[in-house]
Design a protein around this ligand. Sequence first.
Ligand code: PXG
Length: 465
Amino acid sequence: MNKITNHMPTAELQALDAAHHMHPFSENAALAKKGVRIMKSAKGVWLTDTEGHKIIDGMAGLWCVNIGYGRKELATVAARQMEELAYYNTFFQTSHVPAIALAAKLAEVAPKGMGHVFFAGSGSEANDTNIRMVRRYWDIKGQPEKRIIIARKNGYHGSTMGGGSLGGMSGIHKHGGMIAGIVHIGQPDWWSEGGDHTPEAFGLARAQELEAMILQLGVENVAAFIGEPIQGAGGVIVPPSTYWPEIQRICDRYGILLIADEVITGFGRTGNWFGSQTFGIKPHIMTIAKGLSSGYQPIGGSIVCDEVAEVLGSHGDFNHGYTYSGHPVAAAVALENLRIIEEEGIIEHVRTVAHPYLKERWDALTEHPMVGEAKLVGLMGSIALTPDKARRAAFASETGTVGYRCRERCFANNLIMRHVGDRMIISPPLVITPEEIDILIDRAKTSLDECYAGLKRDGLFVARA
Ligand code: PXG
């Protein structure tokens, strides 16, 4: 076979992709027929595909390219580390400088008292670690029956068997089942599920489902609660202000461990190092990945509070780990990424420049006839599409039909803005400038207009009864 390169015609690359490449979360036969869009290069917030389109990436890849694409420093560090020590493990009483330095740096930027890190290769793996870790913790404390983890419907924690089970997405549970000992309570999605409650009353009610579930299961059987500070894959669902304080109160009262899944909300996304700081959450464990390396290398992990780490470390081996736990190249790249975030004041940029500028323009999208609410925390935002704002009505069509049509218009207009059901979501690289935000918003508006016109034309701008 000839060498496959960027210079081949797109159609040939698409045919090869269709023939051999199984895509995640995709119906591969349909995708093969349609043809994938093939990305070729990227710089800053801009992607270039094999057709030469310049696409503004409103999703930072998959919520991960926090410092933007094309930073040479990371490539240099990776090459240097590969030459010096391409691989070594951290299992049998060994370590290496990149893992040591990254763990120490994470302990420095993490909330006080969270001074320990267990490395994994991804967010899913890290959440699998967390399941084992919290159960082992209670085991050592003499309460081995404390095994159940309470999570949320429409939460996302990865797609390994453990991560997929913690997540509350029935579509994932249907494919392969769930592991035992995980239960789900309702999500704090006021727009879709809040009925006539105020957001505050609804947030409180949804948090109190945790207390009801603990009492139903018996606190002696419950190990932990896990939640994303803001649900990402679930549609950028920003919880009402009452939600997290009540969750915290309940975890404290019953003494169960609190896991904050910071895979998306970590590393500046919400305007602080971690979403837990933005929402005042005091977790025992934080799941990290994505922005940890800005996606330049696959790496994840669990940041663990001192007490849990001490208990785990004091009763024989913790029988868990991955070949690539603390991989030296990934760790070195992550460390360089954290240096850039810190030295270039990227979190400050989110807080003082990008968020305020985007917020004004994002909120103004609610003037569009189809946009019900607009939410934005840091640089993580969503808009709810609706045919009837006053009633917060859903569309009569199957959920996701309208969102998909809107996403298709965005794609056609060289904007990556995703849909989750009939919500549109963004999570751009944190380095986005006001000028780029203008372009993003202009393309979003054009796409919304085109989508709206199409819905009217096709008789789909209709509320569900
Ligand atoms: N936790 C959270 C909160 C995530 O968002 C994971 C864990 C799993 O991470 P890994 O690295 O194993 O993928 C994630 C990942 C989407 C989408 O459709 C979101 C994720 C992954 C794939 C698709 O928005 N988030």
